[in-house]
Write a protein of this length. Structure first.
Lengths: 305, 309
């Protein structure tokens, strides 16, 4: 178990290092950041001075070594756009993104779990057919289009909910709904398929044979066996949600890391891009690690060699 | 295959005719009605996709107007049936460009990116997967590790990071998605090949002196192909949505090339006055993705009947 966790930890560190390295190379390959910093009146000497101050005159591997050292200290340099340290900028935007992702995930679960369970229990019924159609539609609707439609309906026409900003919990509803659609469809499918599968097991027949009521069978015998695929899909979906948050935050002007990173890419604000990628990657990796270890708790059959 | 009786056919009384004896079905429950219709639904989806493909290929002949021609006098015209002009069926945008024409041209970008990205990702992933699965060794360990590490990250995030490096544009978007997507194909191919490597027909081929590469690609790969085809069909849908999301953010194919994502991005400023700017490109996108997903489901049922769905 310990060696398993150690190996996973190493993988996690490697993963974050890999993505951070990509982000480091990213901006240096994509164009000269100095060109964005100086005015058109800058002399070649000015440009050379800016390079020296930023350390861009050093060989790439020296820059990389320095960059890694800084990352370990949580220092990603100054944002070129805000003239402020990049790490706190990202850090302060992270809670908004996590709140949005968590709200979306909870919403998706709250909708998908009952839907999937009922559809799986009454396989072949009208309800089942409706659930499948709904899941297929949910998987196919582009979430950013859904976001626009929601704004059009609830903010522009009905004026029930605000479309932009983050002042209150009411601002969270539309973006969370937008972001929840894709995972909702996927979770509903997984729960339904899992339910269909579990209900054919011998132990369910035994439970039924000894006269347990249907509700107890579902809750105590079937549901616990769905926990593993469910946790797996939730972990996957959390990553997908962070990716989807980038787009959703831009639509709803939600002040999270996603919006920050899109703006930073557009203005080639590379310290912010690096910091954002680092923090997002780290949150995904840490979550995956926690879940992997959690499996052993959920399923006593899993033994880590 | 049991077929639902068509409504125009005379319905025979069910009890009068003895039911034909069928081979025992694996599942206890009869497939639901929608699934019995599945073949027909899949045919409709395929037909729709062929239509989209033809429109993309023949865009200059199909589109009623040049997609980038601006006519300021005709800006924000509503669709023809809602008070607009008959020559602009789906209306015009804020610069007076014809929406229908832009949607037709937008299909080109979506389909081109999808085909190139999925082709590259699948080609690389499958080739590496067969090689790694069949030969093993250090290459396999390195690639497996790389794929595992990469798969821990959400695709959208990875692709956006890569776009930040490579810069926007059609080729770069496809390349970024291929770089982000190869790992799934690699992992699945490798697992399949590992399972088939010791099969008897492979041993037989080896005994007959068939060269390794031929065994791997001609004997093993075709038998490992079904799940890969299903995976590819679903990832086409995923790539189309992702490409539109990138264009929506301004990180994809750049204007003036019309893309569905960019059209949706432009529509946001006119939500209160011109619903058609958002409605039609989004509908085109959704129907295309829906058709691909329906086909993917159908393929999965066809190729992998073990799955209980």
């Amino acid at each position: 178990m310990v060696s398993y966790v150690a190996r996973r930890l190493l993988d996690a560190v490697l993963g974050v290092l890999g993505v951070t390295t990509i982000a480091f190379l990213a901006i240096r390959l994509s164009g000269d950041p100095v060109a964005l910093l100086v005015t058109e009146y800058a002399t070649p000497e000015d440009i050379a001075r800016v390079r020296r101050v930023l350390g861009l005159d050093q060989p790439l591997w020296v820059q990389y070594g320095r960059f890694l050292g800084d990352v370990l200290r949580g220092n990603f340099g100054e944002s070129l756009r805000f003239i402020k340290p990049a790490a706190p900028l990202v850090y302060s935007a992270l809670p908004a993104t996590l709140a949005l992702a968590a709200a979306a995930l909870l919403l998706a679960l709250a909708l998908a779990l009952p839907l999937g369970l009922l559809a799986g229990m009454r396989r072949g019924s009208v309800l089942d057919g409706a659930a499948i159609v709904l899941a297929t539609l949910g998987q196919s609707v582009p979430y950013f289009w859904l976001g626009i439609l929601l704004i059009m309906a609830f903010a522009v026409r009905l004026q029930w909910l605000p479309a932009f900003g983050s002042e209150s919990w009411r601002h969270l509803i539309l973006p969370a709904l937008t972001l929840a659609m894709t995972p909702m469809a996927r979770i509903a499918r997984i729960v339904r398929a899992g339910m269909v599968e579990v209900l054919t097991q011998d132990y369910i027949r035994t439970a039924r044979a000894k006269g347990l009521p249907g509700g107890a069978i579902v809750l105590r015998h079937a549901l616990p066996n769905l926990a593993i695929p469910l946790v797996t899909i939730l972990a996957l979906d959390f990553g997908t949600l962070l990716g989807g948050a980038v787009v959703t935050e831009t639509i709803f002007a939600w002040p999270g890391v996603g919006r920050l990173v899109v703006q930073a890419i557009q203005s080639r604000d590379y310290p912010v891009v690096q910091a954002a990628v680092f923090y997002l990657a780290t949150s995904v990796v840490v979550l995956n690690l926690v879940l992997d270890v959690l499996y052993a708790r959920l399923d006593p059959r899993i033994r880590y060699a | 295959m049991p077929r639902a009786a068509a409504p125009d056919r005379p319905v025979r009384p069910a009890r009068a005719v003895p039911a034909p004896v069928r081979a025992p079905v694996r599942t206890a429950v009869r497939p639901p009605r929608w699934r019995r219709r599945h073949h027909r639904v899949a045919a409709v989806a395929a037909g729709f996709l062929v239509m989209v493909g033809m429109a993309a290929l023949l865009a200059p002949w199909v589109a009623p107007h040049p997609p980038t021609r601006q006519q300021i006098a005709r800006r924000l015209l509503s669709p023809a049936w809602a008070g607009g002009r008959p020559e602009h069926v789906l209306g015009t945008d804020q610069l007076g460009r014809d929406i229908a024409s832009r949607i037709v041209y937008g299909a080109r970008v979506s389909l081109a990116v999808a085909v190139v990205a999925v082709g590259l990702a699948a080609g690389t992933g499958v080739t590496l997967g067969v090689t790694a699965g069949y030969y093993g060794g250090r290459l396999e360990r390195v690639l497996t590790r790389l794929a595992d590490v990469q798969l821990a990250f959400p695709l959208t995030l990875l692709v956006i990071t890569l776009i930040a490096i490579l810069g926007p544009g059609l080729g770069n978007v496809a390349l970024a998605m291929a770089l982000g997507g190869w790992a799934t194909y690699f992992r699945m191919t490798r697992a399949q090949v590992l399972a088939l490597r010791e099969a008897e027909y492979v041993v037989a081929a080896r005994c007959l002196g068939v060269p390794d590469a031929r065994i791997a690609f001609r004997h093993i790969l075709p038998n490992a192909l079904s799940p890969l085809v299903v995976l590819a069909s679903f990832s086409v849908a995923q790539v189309i949505i992702l490409e539109s999301a990138l264009s929506f953010l301004g990180l994809g194919v750049q204007p003036p090339v019309p893309t569905w994502g960019a059209m949706l991005a432009d529509s946001r400023d006119y939500l209160a006055v011109a619903w058609w700017l958002a409605a039609f490109p989004g509908l085109a996108l959704m129907l295309t993705v829906l058709a691909i997903n329906v086909l993917g489901d159908w393929l999965r049922d066809l190729l992998d009947p073990r799955l209980v769905v």
